[in-house]
Design a protein around this ligand. Structure first.
Ligand code: CTP
Length: 445
């Protein structure tokens, strides 16, 4: 019996998929089809898959060509599958020519002609029109955003706005997009507004964007007052638009995996969490010059609060802040202590004090440790009482990680609400409330 194996995502099942399965089956007597998991696709940079794994498996099944369907979860699995299932022929479409030649040592490798003029990417684009992104702000993060957004199919960054037109013009030239002099013109040319301007301008830009019927992706901290966050989310709901806070950690696959493991009981009941993020900044930077909204906690607090709120929730019993301020009253180093009914958490942020940036989640039977840059989660360890018993887990983290949030935002805009859990409205509102309390205390002290 000749055993054949092929792999694919098979998203929005189309004629090209049908034909390749038909021809793969014809190469032998028994066909195994490997269908990729959502996590694997994300990890290899294939963002925006529409159909769930179950739907994609069902569609492959319906063709009647597959004798067996398996799930492809990780890189390197092809090699072990070939051994495990005693495969004679490995086949994929001609778009992969050369990529799998290394498997020739173990079985025959056949590249079948790809069906012309059809692909899942084409169908995704057809079903859901390209969303035009307009950027407000031209700083560091906006520059990081550009190459990342370019990797997500289904969006196109179109234009930029900055009240200082010169800055917009320089940015636009650098990235080959349009600079808008008037904000009205800018709104006309965009479907999604990415707000990467100074913190205190977020509220007004979000409001204006929603007024113009635009979806919004806003850099953290989205709001510095709880009431404002609540008002904006209500308004977005009324306008049937997505309002999305860009805390990239929340959307990266490694962080989702970390939360899943932490909450699985593997370290018992979680009792403590310590998150620390420090980044030394130039004394002349906006972060250390802006006496009203600059400082370490407004800058980095969102990252540290994220795992705390995801694990312990929004109902803390007490929060208190300790800080070291400079002569202007800006916090160079801040510790926020949160007390919950069942646990304690600390968020430590520094722009003028350097510390070991770690995330440690402690439970009744063990702890999880994620070294810096834990906010770009790619590797973590699970420890128990016996120091020799360490479980090491990893997940790919590509580029700057902003691609994951853009991809999730796009899925939400296209009606897929499955990813809402990663950063909820409640999470953003609670964070805004904490920022508000922090700023009040900083001012009063
Ligand atoms: N395939 C094909 N002809 C097409 C499209 C895909 O023969 N027109 C083959 C691929 O070469 C692969 C299998 O179908 O062997 C599954 O491919 P998949 O990546 O799931 O489909 P695409 O349509 O290429 O998806 P995407 O656009 O997301 O890359």
């Amino acid at each position: 019996m000749v055993k054949v194996i092929t792999y694919g995502t098979f998203d929005l099942f189309h004629e090209g998929h049908y034909k390749i399965l038909q021809r793969a089956k014809a190469l032998g007597d028994y066909l195994i089809v490997g269908v990729t998991t959502e996590e694997y696709d994300q990890a290899r940079g294939k963002l925006n898959v529409v159909d769930s794994l179950i739907t994609r498996i069902e569609n492959v099944k319906k063709t009647g060509f597959a004798d067996e369907i398996i799930v492809e979860e990780s890189q390197g699995q092809k090699f072990s599958d070939i051994k495990k299932y005693n495969i004679d022929i490995f086949t994929v479409g001609s778009d992969w020519i050369g990529t799998f030649d290394y498997l020739q040592e173990y079985c025959k490798v056949v590249y079948l002609d790809r069906t012309k003029n059809i692909s899942s990417t084409m169908l995704r684009t057809k079903e859901t029109p390209i969303q035009r992104i307009g950027i407000i702000g031209t700083g560091r993060i906006a520059n990081r955003f550009m190459p990342e957004a370019a990797l997500v199919s289904g969006v196109n960054t179109q234009c930029v706005y900055n009240p200082h037109f010169e800055s917009a013009a320089v940015f636009a030239k650098k990235w080959g997009i349009d600079a808008c002099r008037e904000i009205e013109e800018f709104f006309q040319a965009s479907d999604i507004i990415y707000i990467a301007s100074p913190h205190e301008t977020h509220y007004s830009y979000i409001k204006q964007s929603l007024e113009h019927g635009k979806h919004v992706l806003c850099e953290k901290p989205m709001c510095l007052r709880k009431e404002q966050a609540q008002e904006l989310f209500e308004y977005a709901k009324k306008k049937k638009r997505i309002l999305f806070e860009g805390i990239k950690t929340a959307y990266c696959p490694g962080f989702t995996k970390l939360l899943g493991i932490a909450c699985s009981g593997v370290i018992g009941n979680i009792r403590s969490l310590e998150a620390c993020f420090t980044k030394l900044e130039d004394k002349k930077s906006r972060e250390l010059m802006d006496t009203r909204f600059g400082g370490s906690f407004t800058e980095l607090g969102s990252y540290c609060l994220l795992p705390i709120l995801k694990i312990f929730g929004h109902d803390y019993e007490e929060i208190r802040f300790e800080m070291i301020k400079d002569g202007k009253g800006i916090d160079l180093y801040t510790k926020a202590h949160l007390r919950y009914a069942n646990g304690l958490a600390t968020a430590t942020c520094g722009l003028g004090v350097k510390s070991e940036g770690k995330l440690v989640i402690s439970g009744t039977t063990g702890y999880i440790v994620v070294e810096a840059p834990w906010w770009k989660t790619s590797y973590f360890e699970v420890h128990h009482e016996n120091p020799n018993e360490v479980e090491r887990l990893s997940e790919r983290f590509l580029g700057d990680g902003l691609r994951y949030e853009v991809s999730d935002l796009l899925s939400m805009i296209n009606g897929d609400t499955r990813k809402n859990f990663k950063l909820t409205r409640g999470d953003s509102e609670t964070m805004a409330g904490i920022m508000e309390q922090f700023l009040a205390q900083r001012k009063a002290q």
